[in-house]
Design a protein around this ligand. Sequence first.
Ligand code: DGI
Ligand code: FE
Ligand code: FE
Ligand code: FE
Length: 187
Amino acid sequence: MDPKHLIEAVQSQMPAKRWEHTLGVMETSVRLAKAYGCDPDKAYVAAILHDVVKYWPVQAQGDVIRKNGLQPDLLDYDKEIWHAHAGAFVARRDYGIDDEEVLDAIRYHTTGREKMTMLEKVVCLADYIEPGRDFPGVHNIREIAEHSVEKALLAAFDGTVLFLVEKGKKVYPLTILARNGLIEEIK
Ligand code: DGI
Ligand code: FE
Ligand code: FE
Ligand code: FE
C-alpha cells in the first residue's frame, strides 16, 4: 500500500481525536528518529499503524490474539495493552507491512520489552510525548527527550508503573523488563 492509501485506510479505523494523536506520533517519531539515528521512514510507517486496532471492540482485539497464537498471557493483563500486539498482526495481514523492525515497533509500543531497538524506543516515546498529550509530568519527559531517549522513556515507564500500582492493576512483565533494561543502559 502506498503511503497515501495507507493513511486513508488507517484513518478510517478510528475517531478524529485518535487520528490527531496518530498524526502527532508520526511527526514526533520522525523527529526523534532523525535525532537518535534510526530510519525515519520506518518510524513514519510504524507511527501510522501503531494504534490501528485501538478502536476495535476489545473482544475483536482479544480474538486476534487468541486465534493467531500471539502471546496468550496478554489476555491475563489489562485490555489496554492488547491493541499493540494485535495491531502488529493486523499491520502485516491487512496492510501488507512485512518489515520486522516496523512490526516490532508497533508490537512493543505500549509494553516495551527487554533490549528495545532504537526504532522501538523512538515510537514508544513519541506515543508518550506527541504534542497532543497532556498528563502530569509530560513536560518533564519532553525536556529529557531532548538529550536522552533512554532517560525519557525510563521516566515515562516509571509514570506508567506508578499509575498501574496506584490503580491496583497488574504490570505486564515486559514493561518491568523494559524499565530494568533502560536503567542498565543509562548506567
Ligand atoms: O494507545 P495509547 O493510548 O496511545 O497509548 P499506549 O498504547 O501506550 O497505551 C497505554 C495504556 O496502557 C496506559 O493507559 C497504561 C496501560 N497499561 C496497562 N497495563 C500496562 C499498560 N502500559 C504498560 N506499559 N504496561 C502495562 O503492563
Ligand atoms: Fe497505543
Ligand atoms: Fe498511541
Ligand atoms: Fe521547558
